[in-house]
Design a protein around this ligand. Structure first.
Ligand code: ATP
Ligand code: ATP
Ligand code: CA
Length: 218
């Protein structure tokens, strides 16, 4: 059986979630109170309906409870986003992901038990900043407030040396989880693994350890 998703709010973010889910072969119910927005997605998604997500009866009517996962991508109307989250939670929707507009919004969503909160503008900003600050850093993923994963292009200092010789874990406390080399991916590289120029290293560790690693090796 196909997995069923509902996306509420068809702005750029919600719209792109719909497209990606459909591309992955999922069934998607798209909901927006704005008819023009709904029409824009009508031919793309499985079902598209005009409805106010803060109207509990309307949501019940759509059988929203039966959807495995509901994504709330309501933009600036924080009140509507919070109310919708509460209603879906009360109706017993199993998985709810909500897009937060700001830190205050995120705090409230956490308190009312949203399972997953995304903050795309902020998170993308942080990722871009890391990329801008170090030309070698391609991507950055925050795991907690103290731990991250970075994707970084190996420096000339590193090329031709093994992980053992560089002694990454012992010296810096971070681990190279994988190495991307063109189309190839070396997962869990051994100590004897040689680093080549243009290798992309995927490194996990505490932020301060990663910072030290970046400072001394790049
Ligand atoms: P982006 O910045 O990615 O475009 P956004 O989340 O800021 O996205 P908006 O353009 O604000 O996007 O879109 C949010 C959508 O949510 C709008 O299309 C709006 O009509 C819809 N929306 C707002 N309130 C409700 C509601 N109560 N019920 C259903 N849809 C709603
Ligand atoms: P450790 O002393 O860290 O337990 P180990 O006994 O696992 O090391 P090896 O696997 O032989 O020893 O690795 C020797 C050294 O090479 C490690 O101490 C570490 O600094 C480095 N190293 C090996 N593999 C990695 C990796 N995937 N990421 C980072 N450093 C590595
Ligand atoms: Ca916006």
């Amino acid at each position: 059986m196909k997995r069923q998703f509902a996306v509420i709010g068809l702005g750029r973010f919600g719209g792109s979630v719909c497209c990606a889910l459909i591309e992955q072969g999922m069934e998607v119910l798209a909901i927006d109170q704005d008819e023009a927005r709904v029409n824009k997605y009508r031919d793309l998604v499985t079902h598209a309906v005009v409805a106010d997500a803060t109207d509990e009866q309307a949501l019940k009517h759509l059988g929203i409870r039966n959807f495995e996962h509901v994504i709330i991508a309501i933009g600036d109307n924080i009140q509507a986003s919070i109310l919708t989250t509460l209603i879906l939670d009360e109706l017993g929707v199993e998985h709810i992901t909500v897009k937060a507009q700001n830190d205050y919004h995120e705090k409230v969503l956490t308190k009312i038990g949203a399972e997953r909160i995304v903050h795309p503008e902020r998170d993308m900003g942080v990722r871009l900043a890391h990329h801008l600050l170090s030309k070698n850093v391609l991507d950055y993923l925050e795991l907690s407030d103290k731990h991250s994963i970075i994707e970084i292009i190996a420096s000339t200092k590193m090329s031709g040396k093994t992980l053992m010789k560089l002694d990454v874990r012992a010296k810096f406390g971070c681990n190279v989880m994988a190495i991307k080399r063109g189309r190839e991916i070396i997962v869990s590289p051994q100590a004897t693994q040689l680093i080549k120029e243009e290798d992309i290293l995927i490194v996990i560790g505490a932020d301060e350890d990663i910072k030290r690693f970046e400072h001394e090796m790049f």
